[in-house]
Design a protein around this ligand. Sequence first.
Ligand code: CTP
Length: 399
Amino acid sequence: MTSNFENKNILIGISGGIAAYKIADLTSRLIKLGANIKVVMTDNATKFIHPLTFESLSGNQVYHDTFQRTDRWDIEHIALAKWADLFLIAPATANVIGKAAGGIADDLLSTTILATEAKTIFAPAMNTVMYQKPVVQDNINKLKGMGYIFISPGKGRLACGDWGEGKLADLDTVIHYMENQLCPDRDMEGLRVLVTAGPTYEPIDPVRFISNRSSGKMGYAIAEECIQRGAKVDLVTGPTNLSPPAGACIYNIKTAEEMYETVLELYEKANLVFKTAAVADYRVKEVASNKIKKGQGPMTLELVRNPDILLELGQRKVEQILVGFAAETEELEENALTKLQDKNLDFIVGNDVSTGESGFQSDSNQGILYSRDGGSTHIPLMNKREFAHRIIHEIIKQL
Ligand code: CTP
């Protein structure tokens, strides 16, 4: 059986992290899948694993930085950059991510990142605190906004002894991402998809609002996946800290009522709707025009119902396929199926948000995709981008 890697030129950039040793296994697996592999290592990477390992596995010279640059060095990065069909940087340290985000090219790896036009994937691996530092997250978001692909690290015991986020993603996931870039499914070409994402903000006064913990990551991942599969995407988003997916039409809203107006305008043209947003069910009846001053006693806010946008879409449905999301802390199946029925949906993704592992604010998710015809598919814990891939794959298959 031929694989999607057959005769593909894969350039692997290894930066200096303990996970560098895992790339030997990855190289061996990709070679078995028929890929041609060349490896660039930073000087620090060569301290974790010897270049000879990769030379033996790939059958090619390994390129790495030397203190004394030769005349060839300048040309090498261009030749490698052009040779690559796909460029994977794994493990990607905070340093290499920072350099790429800042346009810095001061060694062979960073220069090649800047010089290549090949699709480039980063698989970060580092200590949890480093990974979560705003500067690292900002760099990642900036690069994602430019079209670079990131494979979120896994959670677990790190080499430094800490527990948390920062392990190199498992190799199956890395291979899956690479395969997806080499041979993307283009099964959504010609479709127009409407995605809603993030929280809504319901104002109380000029400085306060009611909201929820939605980060928008799930909706953005869905938008990215649909774009990659060839769909045109309208993304209606509440406030988030995320960079908009490249290629989506973005509609920024704050309140549920603004989302309602925008979604209804776009609905008619949509073939598929993913209603991922966490819409506030209530808003404050009278929004104060000045900042509310505290009094002595307790205070009561009167809330009124917001429109249920998805319910409305279900009632107005012509041929659109509607996908809802039900984040539940109890009775997952019963609650999700009731929403599927009541809102006239075709699919609903139910997920348990009572554990910190998945759902709101997390990078990962797990859940069950229920369909109108009574079927259900369990999707285990995985990062949200991968999760988006799985649910869309399942939905397209069932349609
Ligand atoms: N939804 C919506 N408009 C609302 C509330 C929810 O469009 N005002 C959509 C969400 O985007 C989601 C689905 O309905 O796709 C389910 O949302 P959820 O908050 O889980 O359920 P509710 O219907 O609001 O019910 P409850 O809060 O009582 O669980």
